[in-house]
Structure formats: structure tokens, C-alpha cells
Write a protein that binds this ligand. Structure first.
Ligand SMILES: [Zn+2]
Length: 143
């Protein structure tokens, strides 16, 4: 079996459900996560296995899930989240540097080098090929 892709995540955003569910929930819409998905050339699909990590901190196994009842950063209904088994977190020590590159999902050009600055509003498209920066996080219905 192929090893799941290792994706950066912001664990500060994790939510622990109060309904007795055995899964914690982590929104996958942060910009660091978006850039990481783009570096892997990975567009999320329902049930996609992932390894989520925060450099020099923790990692965990997770499953991608499109949650219809949440709204994404642009305000559209539906948001990708990771389902994480509680108590499945592993401590990691500096085994991976976090790249700052954010390659376009379409053509691979580094979006961080494009103008204008301050483009991080989740609505931009690549200046070169027109691919939306949100391409890795499009809803399943757009497939
Ligand atoms: Zn492009």
C-alpha cells in the first residue's frame, strides 16, 4: 500500500467534538495546508488517507472528509476537514523543513513570486495559467 501523502496542518485549529465521537476534526483550509497539497499535486477526495504534521511538533494519520455543514474561508457552503482518531498523535522532532513554496496546481510556477503582494484571499487565480489557488480544495461536486 502506498504511503499517504504528508501534508502540513495547523493543529491550533483542531476541534474535539462534544458528542462522544471518537474523531477530532481539523479544517484543511489553512494557507500552509493549501500550499502543501499543491506541492504534492494532490486534490482532496472523500476518504483520502493523509498524514498530517506540524514540523518539530506532532503528526497523525487522518482521513479527508468534505463536511457539507461548514463554510470555507470564502463563505461557500462545504469545507474539507480531516478526521483524526483521538489519541493517535505522535511527537516528531524536526524531521522535515516546511517549504515556503506554493507551486500553482496547474502550471507549477511559484505563486509566492507573483504580484501583487497580499494575494492571499483564497480567490486568486494563477497569473500564468489561470488555475484557482483553491484547486486542491474544490468540492467533490466540482469534480
Ligand atoms: Zn499556473
Amino acid at each position: 500500500m502506498q504511503r499517504p501523502p504528508r501534508i502540513y496542518a495547523d493543529f491550533n485549529a483542531i476541534k474535539y467534538p462534544t458528542d462522544g465521537s471518537s474523531y477530532a476534526l481539523l479544517p484543511l483550509t489553512g494557507y500552509g495546508t493549501l500550499a502543501s497539497l499543491s506541492r504534492h499535486g494532490l486534490r482532496l477526495t472523500e476518504g483520502q488517507p493523509l498524514i498530517l504534521f506540524e514540523p518539530n511538533d506532532i503528526e497523525c494519520d487522518a482521513t479527508a472528509h468534505f463536511e457539507q455543514t461548514r463554510t470555507d474561508p470564502v463563505g461557500t457552503l462545504g469545507e474539507w476537514v480531516a478526521l483524526i482518531s483521538k489519541n493517535e498523535f505522535r511527537n516528531i522532532v524536526g524531521d522535515e523543513e516546511l517549504s515556503l513554496q506554493h507551486p500553482c496546481f496547474g502550471c507549477g510556477v511559484d505563486l509566492n513570486t507573483q504580484e501583487p503582494p497580499g494575494w492571499r484571499s483564497y480567490k486568486e487565480v494563477c497569473n500564468v495559467c489561470g488555475t484557482p489557488v483553491m484547486a486542491p480544495l474544490l468540492p467533490p461536486s466540482a469534480a
